[in-house]
Write a protein that binds this ligand. Sequence first.
Ligand SMILES: Nc1ncnc2c1ncn2[C@@H]1O[C@H](COP(=O)(O)OP(=O)(O)O)[C@@H](O)[C@H]1O
Ligand SMILES: [Mg+2]
Length: 345
Amino acid sequence: MEKQLENGSERVVLKVEKLRIHYATPQGDVIAVSDISFDLFEGETLGLVGESGCGKSTTAYGILQLVQPPGYIVNGSIEVDGTEVLDLGEEELRKFRWTGLSLIPQGAMNSLNPTMRIKDQIIDVIESHEGKQKSKEALRDRIFELFQNVGLPNRIYDMYPHELSGGMKQRVCIAMGVALHPTVVIADEATSALDVVVQRIVAQTLVKVKDEIGVSLIVIGHDMGLLAQIVDRIAVMYAGKMVEIAPVENIYAEPLHPYTRLLIDSIPSIKERKPLKITEGITHDPRNPPSGCIFRLRCPFAWEHCAEEEPEPIDAEHKHEVACHLYDERFEERRANAFATFANS
Ligand SMILES: Nc1ncnc2c1ncn2[C@@H]1O[C@H](COP(=O)(O)OP(=O)(O)O)[C@@H](O)[C@H]1O
Ligand SMILES: [Mg+2]
């Protein structure tokens, strides 16, 4: 894969390699993240999509070393600006979170402390890393600047969370996430709990803050339509695997993986009312994945070979990687036939 974006930097700020995370259960290990690898470039916004339960949040926790038991990291490497996160000790990690990597967790706005004023919650984040600040005025000005970055009015400084709307609370969480200017911010379903109009505004806020503060951003979501408007590249996950990664315009114009094709096909459109082809839900037991390709039980194109060999990511096109045997040179003829049949169905 060519490591350069059209108009962005080619410097890799986050490099994830062969990350594998399991949850131990009495019935055996649930494979939540299965050997995924990807790069995040400086200044880039990468969207991570896939249906509920495919391992998006676990990937985020893994990158921040926040996987909780019974979850554990089986193998992998996570480098941020050349630092191997997996080698950091507890104290180093504590410093690194928020400053190197920060997470705006799923449901963050509901975990704001209801008994603390907004200002005190943000001051906590700043002072827990930088120690007691000498000048209260400077601290307040810094928080006002953060408010401005995320489009919040200064009057909320003294307010409590219950006095704010959902969109405002989510902006507070974004402000906290970027307060210490981390290299990489991961926003996990940051807009999912909001109504659609507010979703869009908050999503745009994320990108605006990213540009102003100069961080690199991973946006986790399941709404391909919303993500399309704010990300540079999209990575698609299915059942713990990364099945496709590509610049956003390529993936919408020509999705390659059969799962991505179904995902994009299922974006509702007013112009063309069509029945949904996709069925919700991963069909296999996550403790006992099928042999070969993870998607083959739901794939309209699967054939015997898909059960025999696991597809490795292939550079199918310029900057476009896909893990599917149809894009293997050996099966070129099959690909042409498969899609011709599909188009006519
Ligand atoms: N504490 C847990 N114990 C067992 N399995 C878990 C636990 N947390 C998550 N999982 C499983 O890990 C998989 C990935 O979950 P998650 O990362 O939350 O997915 P997503 O964020 O994409 O919805 C799912 O199959 C889920 O059921
Ligand atoms: Mg999640």
